[in-house]
Design a binder for this molecule. Structure first.
Ligand code: IPE
Length: 273
């Protein structure tokens, strides 16, 4: 197996780790199949991985219930507690499955590298990379974060992907988002898959269901941001974990890719959502 060099950032979408329509329901089999595939890749190539998971029917369930968003505000105290508690619960279920499948996950909550007022501590992000080099898979996740004073905000796993890519840009070879769709579609009616996405305008996202952190639009925006750092970004269906293996081996697969384009930032607004 020929694996691409460098670090892989993998987003385990909430729609894969949980059953999004059923409150607080963990998709144990889904996480198990992905863990098996990752174990195969790690054993064969030793590729360092950092895993970020979303909220699905855990964190999103409570953030919708308590009307909490990515904008810092004085949200319900009960809501803040419940979102945090549900994310810790989901995280512990995910890492338990990974551990059972022979992986060595190591949770680092986002509050270990993102401080007050959303200040990202570079050395703490680098710690995730250090951990990933020595046989462990750092696992972090979307969460409700303290902003300042009595203000809190929802931080999506997608945004964490961008933060990690930015701070580890010299190390990351690929960023991969797992979804419950085959990739990004031109529009939801035709479900025509975009094999290579170059501009935000390639996809019509008005019809895609939004959640508190912005759904597909947010993912594409973060994907374009990461690609502008020179990193290839893939969106693949997590219900077909072999596609994850394809990407990690540097092969083509069914999905949507945004090719890394360092220096093309000057193309300006076109690449942004
Ligand atoms: C959501 O993270 C985090 C919370 C709601 C606390 P994401 O926005 O990345 O979650 P998914 O992957 O879309 O479910």
């Amino acid at each position: 197996m020929v694996a691409i060099g460098g670090l892989a950032l993998i987003k385990l979408g909430g729609s894969i780790a949980t059953f999004k329509e059923k409150p607080l329901t963990f998709n144990s089999d889904g996480v198990k199949s992905i863990s098996r595939v990752l174990k195969g890749v790690v054993d064969a190539s030793g590729i360092p991985i950092i895993l970020v998971h979303g909220g699905g029917s855990f964190g999103h369930y409570y953030s919708v219930m308590y009307d909490m968003h990515s904008k810092p505000a004085g949200y319900s105290r009960e809501g803040i507690s419940r979102v945090r508690c549900s994310m810790i619960d989901l995280n512990s279920r995910i890492v338990s499955v990974m551990l059972d499948e022979g992986l060595r996950p190591y949770t680092l909550h986002p509050s270990s590298f993102i401080m007050e007022a959303k200040k990202v501590i570079d050395s703490r992000v680098r710690e995730l990379y250090e951990v990933s080099k020595h046989g462990l898979i750092p696992v972090t996740h979307g969460d409700v974060m303290h902003y300042q004073d009595d203000l809190y905000y929802i931080l999506s796993g997608d945004e964490i992907m961008s933060i990690l890519a930015e701070h580890l840009r010299d190390r990351v070879m690929v960023a991969l988002f797992t979804l419950s769709l085959d990739g990004v579609y031109k529009d939801m009616q035709s479900r025509e898959l975009i094999k290579e996405l170059r501009y935000a305008s390639d996809a019509k996202m008005d019809d895609v269901g939004m959640d508190v952190t912005g759904g597909m639009r947010r993912k594409v925006r973060e994907g374009l941001r990461i690609a502008s750092l020179g990193i290839d970004v893939w969106f693949v269906n997590g219900n077909h974990p072999e596609r994850i293996a394809d990407v990690l081996k540097g092969n083509d697969t069914i999905g949507t890719v945004i090719r890394g384009s360092r220096g093309e930032e000057s193309r300006g607004e076109d690449r942004r959502v």
